[in-house]
Design a protein around this ligand. Structure first.
Ligand SMILES: *[C@@H]1O[C@H](CO)[C@@H](O)[C@H](O)[C@H]1NC(C)=O
Length: 999
């Protein structure tokens, strides 16, 4: 009890019992239980005359207390109802002191508390003939899934042909053998806390203010949810039915999270009511689960100016306060529980003396953590932070349920096993390299952790476009591509996160007794482009069938299309052992080496038209590639190369023979990057060229040139090589703020060439501008930006004729404008009418479909860096989000006849962490724009070159696997020398931890 409360109680004038209190505790409850017991024994001993000192003090206390009671009792002769009520309340609090929410036996539930008569699932639904992953494993035979009132009732073997009978209507859907999974569970999301499009006034993610410092355990996400955030609809369209919403990570203890279902307006009155989106709707408030977000490392450090030393100390200091309060409560409760059967007068006396249950609102949540009543989710990256957080959790006796982000957890699986209590590691499959604590990732993290028996979940961190929760499944697909086994990968987005949030008796499984949250997929959920055709939440279908049909050309019950143009199966990388790699690669790099590569199943070699022709004659037979002295001496069916092979074998040439299973040969990919070679860690200026923010549209002399600041190695280069990217184009600036972004450079990614010797392919590629919100930073308004651009083109023809602006005005140098909004694009279309010579290129394109016809007519090309866009800011709120809600951006561009290429260009921060996904991104575009694989390869090769007027690259990359899907691996890549055209090995079995330049 706090002192104030004690005083108030004593001053309250409530009457007290005549009887003395049952025992006296001078300084209760500061005393430990053990001491109190001793003390009570002493009281007994007085009566036997054994301890005079104790007896005297007790007598004095009895006297003092008794005098007060007597004084009060003159006014009122019986126990105070108010004290009695307080006694009962305190007793009730103590009885529930360590209560944790109930956990029904999985499979035993017969009803879903979210279901309601008025707005719940009506009738019985049967999904017939499903290929089911049930949350743990694939069921080895087709099944029929029966659900009603929002709960799964039965799963029958399809072959058994069970007829479902019910008093209710029974609706059967034949899903034709399609893949079905439980609704996905995302254990880390921020939607509803901040809406899309984002605005300052609707962002309630972090409670950061001078009063609270780094501790806000008492704030609750539930108090800030906007139950109308349309991002939920987008997220569910990716199959994510349940999300744990947690506060942001600025604070060491950030506040309580809450799980939701992503079903808007699902309550009785279809209103945007917070209660209606809660996963635990229908469960009494005090029986619901509680979650706490902790954060450690860079974020609190940056927000509060602490070091990690301060982070840990302040955390301990806070936890200590809670621990002391908990101790008081425990002491109080053991006393009151003994007193529960006393006479009323004595009960009142108890409260009179000991006060009410010791309670402190600001520490309530933290005490509940120490009582194991709150599930702790911890934001952490580095190994030392994981260790510190486990150390502190042991000191204070609470369990860490999940480590989130944990980009570097893969380095310490044994620490996690030994020190953690089955802690789940909730990671990103790829997102990393954007800050120091995310700078030592492994794309194999899921696999490494899983191999060590550690539960792995993928999570979105949904907040900005690049963490869009809609694509949670693709993270599992990527984890699988990097060797996380198939079923483990699917568990990582279903049952593992469900367990980590203690809801694995309700969600995360598609089994009887679980909520009827079910996803029917168009293809294997671990393949590139896998998209839900229907999503059920609490048994209710969520997707609009007409939109699904329009965007995907099929529905969840339509007959399977025969031979679809683009269909992908999950693919796992082929990796060689260190030994084999060393052997092969040291030979490959030797001068004068020749190569025979067979087992090539597909070749897209536009950059060698004559080879494309001969490959086409091979008639579906595997191809063989023979490279002799840097020249291709044969490419075609194996038999057709015998002659060439024999010839150079006879010459005694050194030859490296590689036999592939599913070989693919492509031109080297060309990436338009965000910051490759210009900055290494987005948030650490010391790792980059600096901020090129002083560039002025009116002053060509102010332009910054990337060619003067370029570096040629770093972890993003390694990822570029992993993806078969042999050339890249980078803007000069690490973190451009303003309209003018500078002049880009084209360079080789192999790290095998130096700046002084061939790494730069073209010094000046294009002038880059950014039209949109960023324009305001330098021009004040977007409209001024447009006006200044017109003036710039005018001056380019006049006084700036001899400058870069002159070259832009003459159309000699492309003008690349980063732009997503349809009205901004319209301004560019109008501008192009007035300055037809300008080679105008749009980079971005979220809303391009709205103006696609005009773009085509104006001959403006698009480098689509928003293949799967998000409506995350107001200016882009009409972003065309793609299947199953809309058609894809690429499909509209293709239909309108716009010339376009693909890039991965993160607007939010200068980082190229997924540059290796350029191929899969082209695969995704191909699938939903109905373009051939050949054409989709052009999107990341020849189309980039032709749009930017670059020289045609003769680079070749040999992959094991299909590079349009996740999980292909580069075997070899060849650079073609700009002058001689000779091929030389640029990379050999590239790895993500490989430094480009070495001595
Ligand atoms: C289930 O679907 C598969 C794949 O479409 C099909 O081959 C099979 O005949 C179907 N089974 C039944 C019982 O309809």
């Amino acid at each position: 009890m706090d002192e104030g409360a004690e005083k108030r109680l004593l001053q309250s004038g409530d009457s007290c019992s005549l009887e003395p209190p049952p025992y006296q505790v001078p300084a209760y409850p500061r005393q430990s239980r053990r001491r109190r017991r001793l003390f009570m024994r002493s009281v007994l001993s007085i009566r036997t005359g054994l301890s005079f000192v104790v007896a005297a003090s007790v007598l004095w206390l009895c006297f003092a207390v008794d005098r007060q009671y007597r004084a009060q009792s003159r006014e009122d002769g019986k126990a105070s109802p108010r004290l009695l009520q307080q006694f009962e309340e305190s007793l009730a609090q103590c009885r529930g002191l360590n209560r944790v929410p109930g956990r029904p036996e999985p499979g035993s539930r017969k009803s879903n508390p979210r279901w309601s008569h008025t707005n719940g699932q009506a009738g019985v639904v049967v999904l017939k003939n499903a290929t089911l992953f049930d949350g743990e494993a694939f069921i080895p035979h087709a099944v029929d899934i029966v659900f009603s009132k929002g709960i799964i009732e039965a799963i029958h073997k399809t072959a058994d042909n069970v007829k479902v009978v019910s008093d209710d209507d029974v609706v059967e859907y034949d899903v034709q053998g399609r893949y079905v999974t439980p609704g996905l569970v995302d254990m880390h999301s921020h939607h509803f806390l901040m809406t899309w499009p984002a605005a300052e006034m609707t962002d309630d993610t972090n409670e950061v203010n001078p009063d609270t410092k780094a501790f806000t355990p008492s704030v609750r996400a539930i108090d800030a949810l906007k139950a109308y955030d349309e991002a939920a609809t987008l997220i569910l369209s990716g199959g994510v039915t349940s999300s744990l919403l947690i506060p942001g990570s600025a604070n060491l203890i950030a506040g309580e999270g809450v799980p939701v279902k992503n079903s808007l307006y699902s309550g009785e009155h279809s209103e945007p009511v917070v209660e209606d989106i809660l996963l635990e709707r229908g469960i009494p408030t005090d029986e619901r689960r509680r979650y706490m977000k902790f954060a450690f490392g860079e974020n609190p450090k940056r927000t509060y100016g602490y070091t990690r030393l301060g982070n840990a100390w302040h955390l301990r200091e806070h936890l200590q306060k809670a621990k002391e309060l908990k101790g008081k409560q425990d002491d109080y409760c053991s006393a009151i529980l003994e007193a529960h059967s006393w006479r009323e007068s004595r009960k009142a006396g108890f409260v009179h003396h000991h006060g009410k249950f010791p309670f402190q609102l600001d520490l309530e949540s933290t005490v509940a953590i120490l009582r194991g009543q709150v599930i702790v989710q911890n934001h952490n990256y580095e190994p030392e932070d994981l260790e510190t957080m486990l150390r502190i959790s042991h000191e204070f006796g609470y369990r860490v349920s999940g480590f989130h982000h944990a980009t570097e957890a893969w380095q310490v699986p044994n620490l996690l096993k030994e020190q953690g209590d089955n802690v789940t590691i909730a990671i990103f499959a790829e997102f990393s390299l954007y800050k120091s604590e995310a700078y030592s990732p492994s794309l194999y993290a899921g696999h490494i952790l899983d191999k060590n028996g550690i539960p792995v979940a993928y999570k979105s961190d949904h907040a900005i476009g690049l963490t869009n929760a809609k694509y949670l499944a693709s993270q599992a697909a990527i984890g699988h591509a990097f060797k996380l086994p198939e079923e483990k990968a699917l568990q990582s987005i279903t049952s593992v996160p469900a367990k980590a949030i203690d809801l694995d008796f309700r969600v995360g499984y598609c089994r009887p007794g679980f909520d009827a949250d079910i996803v029917v997929w168009d293809s294997h959920p671990l393949s590139i482009g896998a998209t839900p055709l229907q999503v059920f939440i609490d048994g209710r279908a969520q997707l609009d069938e007409s939109k699904v049909k329009e965007s995907m050309d099929t529905t969840f019950t339509a007959a399977l299309a025969g031979d679809s143009n683009i269909s992908f199966e999950p693919q796992v990388r082929y990796d060689v052992s260190d030994k084999q790699r060393k052997q092969t690669c040291s030979q490959a790099y030797e001068a004068g080496q020749s190569f025979i590569i067979d087992g090539i199943q597909k070749a897209f070699v536009d950059n060698y038209p004559e080879l494309a022709a001969s490959a086409a004659q091979a008639d579906n037979e595997p191809l063989k590639l023979v490279v002799e002295d840097g020249e291709i001496s044969c490419f075609g069916a194996a038999a057709s190369c015998t002659e060439a092979e024999n010839k150079f074998r006879a010459n005694g040439k050194k030859v490296l023979h590689l036999s592939l299973q599913n070989g693919h040969v492509l031109p080297g990919l060309t990436a338009v990057t965000r910051a490759l070679g210009m900055t290494e860690i987005a948030t650490d200026e010391s790792t980059g060229d600096g901020q090129a923010s002083g560039q002025k549209i009116g002053d060509p002399e102010s332009l910054v040139y990337a060619k003067y600041g370029l570096w040629l190695d770093g972890k993003e280069f390694a990822r570029a090589r992993l993806g078969g990217v042999t050339r890249a184009i980078s803007l000069p600036t690490a973190d451009a703020s303003g309209f003018v972004q500078g002049v880009s450079v084209e360079f080789l990614t192999s790290g095998k060439k130096s700046l002084t010797n061939g790494a730069i392919v073209r010094g000046d590629v294009a002038l880059h501008l950014a039209l949109g919100d960023i324009t305001k930073q330098s021009e004040g308004t977007v409209s001024s930006g447009v006006q200044h651009l017109r003036k710039m083109l005018e001056d380019g023809k006049g006084k700036h004729n001899g400058t870069v602006y002159g070259r832009v005005a003459a159309g000699e140098l492309p003008l690349v404008v980063h732009c997503n909004n349809k009205y901004d694009m319209s301004q560019l279309i109008l501008l192009k009418k007035d300055y037809p010579n300008t080679n105008l290129v749009i980079l971005g394109g979220k809303e391009a479909p709205y103006v696609a016809d005009d773009l085509a007519a104006a001959n403006i090309s698009v480098i689509l860096s928003e293949n799967r866009p998000a409506p995350d800011v107001f200016r882009d709120s009409d972003a065309v989000v793609g299947p199953p809600l809309t058609r894809s951006v690429a499909s509209y561009l293709k239909e309108a006849g716009v010339t376009f290429a693909l890039a991965i260009f993160e607007t939010a921060m200068p980082v190229d962490y997924r540059i290796h996904d350029l191929g899969p991104e082209a695969g995704w575009a191909a699938k939903y724009a109905h373009i051939s694989q050949e054409d989709s390869v052009r999107l990341v090769t020849s189309n980039v070159e032709s749009i930017l007027g670059l020289d045609k690259s003769k680079d070749l990359v040999v992959f094991e696997g299909n590079p349009l899907n996740y999980g292909a691996s580069v075997v070899l890549s060849f650079h073609a020398d700009g002058e001689t055209g000779k091929l030389e090995v640029a990379t050999c079995f590239p790895r993500e931890d490989e430094h480009g330049s070495s001595l």
